[in-house]
Design a protein around this ligand. Structure first.
Ligand code: HEM
Ligand code: NAG
Length: 483
């Protein structure tokens, strides 16, 4: 009996303490949200928005986690108008003029702290993640030569060779399908039906194969070093002993950027805490870094020379003619892979989808291309490849691509920018220094005043029949300005 009542005393004590701790914590959390809202140091209270978004970053984090920033912010603008407060510190502004004012060369804004969440290799910054104007200019100088048209055209043979592998694989599947045969190769499975082969493009059309060998293997797997740091340290070391593991490359790429946006909209001090609950996502993100470091390490000891993004990066020099250090080289390689592969895959995937859904557009595009490239098998036939210099001025092709990028922008969220110390005026409204502003690309590409009532319809002809200048002002799949 004695022991029991003793135990009871202890438990109720702990219980009582826990309860009061809980109450105190709740009060602190509520005050931490309500006090800044009421004090309103940035003068944002006049802007409408979802109640939760006005008092907490949790709203934006929640929609980011579910991949709905595009549609949720669009819906909020339909409900509240041009200006919407999407977080305690951020106002989303839906207007073509806001685009230039926020992102243009003379805007004076900087990237928000969201971008820090994309950094790996111990927080090493890249041309994409850096927020510093001077560092960005320096990095741009090192990387600019890669992005020049001359350089990109030099990659054409590599692109064509990958394209041929892809088309050959697809041809084989279609031939089998025509004979009523299904089958599988690697992780790609196809079924016959109506004299065709039916398959999931996303499984079978991987946007980048080399140096990961996925296209040849028809499988989304690649070998990576188990330790990012060990891989970085092995750069240039002949016969370095590294431990490897096989992972899904596309999964790593897809998870990493989405998860970085989710973490990035949270305050920096909350990120390490939240990360503890998402170990699988953190693992995918680290895998992407390892994948990049493994590829760089392999290249540095390889005797085979090839012209690609990586070789161009290795050639990069700053003003004092110095190459990049290991960490920076890793960060910049990650940046190219992260910024270049998922975007290209999702836009080509979307355009292919829209063409399949719109047989009239597909037939018109086919006819246009046949006229320029000649009939298949004819004298002017370049095989499966369409050389850039032959197709660069085909207006209808450009209209199809633009229309696909409009409806399915790989980057649909409004990119967050910080108002400079001098403050700024957007559409006649003054914003205090430190306020975050953005223009939501997904919603901009559907603005009825620009695109009309049929904004949701895939119609490449709108580009030649409508007011192109006005449309281009409200079209920003690649953003605008120095970034
Ligand atoms: C359809 C394809 C693509 C789309 C829609 C796209 C879109 C974008 C957008 C919207 C930004 C601005 C990001 C921001 O300010 O937060 C950006 C930045 C960037 N993109 Fe792309 N991109 C594409 C392809 C590529 C490719 C193929 C590469 C390189 C291989 C690339 C490299 C970069 C880099 C390095 C930046 C950072 C630029 C800076 O901050 O100075 N992108 N891209
Ligand atoms: C919105 O973005 C997500 C990825 O973040 C994408 O999966 C989805 O298709 C987009 N929604 C629309 C309607 O384009």
């Amino acid at each position: 009996m004695e022991i029991q009542s003793y135990l009871h005393a202890i438990t109720s004590n702990i219980y009582g303490n826990t309860t009061s701790l809980f109450v105190v914590l709740t009060v602190i959390i509520v005050l931490a949200h309500v006090v800044p809202y009421l004090a309103d140091p940035a003068g944002l209270r006049a802007y409408p928005g979802p109640i939760l978004a006005k008092v907490s970053k949790f709203w934006l984090a929640w929609v980011a986690y579910h991949g709905h920033i595009n549609t949720s912010v669009h819906n909020a603008h339909e409900k509240y108008g041009t200006f919407v407060r999407i977080s305690p510190v951020e106002v989303s502004i839906l207007h073509p003029e806001a685009l230039q004012q926020i992102y243009g060369h003379t805007s004076g804004t900087t990237k928000s702290d969201m971008y820090g969440a994309f950094a790996q290799f111990g927080g090493t910054l890249s041309v994409f993640t850096t927020r510093d104007f001077v560092e960005h200019t320096r990095k741009r100088k090192i990387k600019a030569h890669i992005m020049s048209l001359k350089s990109v055209v030099e990659f054409e043979p590599i692109m064509h060779s990958h394209q041929r592998i892809l088309v050959k694989k697809w041809d084989r599947m279609c031939e089998a399908g025509a004979k009523g045969k299904g089958g599988e190769e690697g992780s790609c499975v196809w079924q016959p039906g109506n004299g065709r082969a039916w398959f999931d493009c996303m499984q079978c059309d991987l946007a980048f194969g080399s140096p990961f060998g996925m296209l040849d293997a028809v499988r989304d797997t690649t070998q990576i070093a188990t330790s990012q740091m060990a891989a970085v340290e092995s750069y240039g070391v002949e016969g370095a002993k590294l431990e490897y593991v096989t992972i899904s490359a596309v999964e790593a790429i897809n998870t990493a950027s989405g998860f970085a946006v989710f973490l990035g909209v949270l305050p920096p001090w909350v990120r390490p805490i939240v990360s503890c609950f998402f170990t699988a996502k953190i693992k995918s993100r680290d895998n992407l870094g390892s994948m990049v470091a493994t590829a760089v390490a392999k290249r540095l000891v390889s005797s085979v020379s090839r012209q690609d993004l990586l070789s161009k990066l290795l050639e990069g020099r700053d003003e004092e003619d110095r190459p990049m250090g290991r960490q920076e080289l890793s960060a910049e390689s990650l940046c190219l892979l992260g910024a270049g592969s998922d975007t290209t895959a999702s836009s080509t995937g979307a355009i292919t989808y829209f063409l399949a859904q719109n047989p009239t557009v597909q037939a018109k595009l086919q006819e246009t291309l046949d006229q320029v490239l000649g009939p298949p098998g004819g004298d002017s036939d370049n095989g499966d490849a369409a050389p850039y210099n032959k197709i660069k001025n085909i207006e209808y092709l450009q209209d199809v691509i633009n229309e696909g990028l409009r409806l399915h922008s790989p980057v649909g969220m409004g990119l967050p920018r910080v108002v400079p110390a001098s403050g700024m005026t957007i559409l006649g409204k003054a914003f205090a220094p430190g306020t975050v502003v953005s223009c939501p690309t997904y919603a901009l590409h559907r603005l009825p005043s620009v695109w009309g009532a049929d904004a949701e319809v895939f119609d490449p002809d709108r580009w030649s029949q409508g007011d192109r200048t006005t449309m281009l002002k409200a079209f920003a799949p690649f953003s605008t300005g120095p970034r």
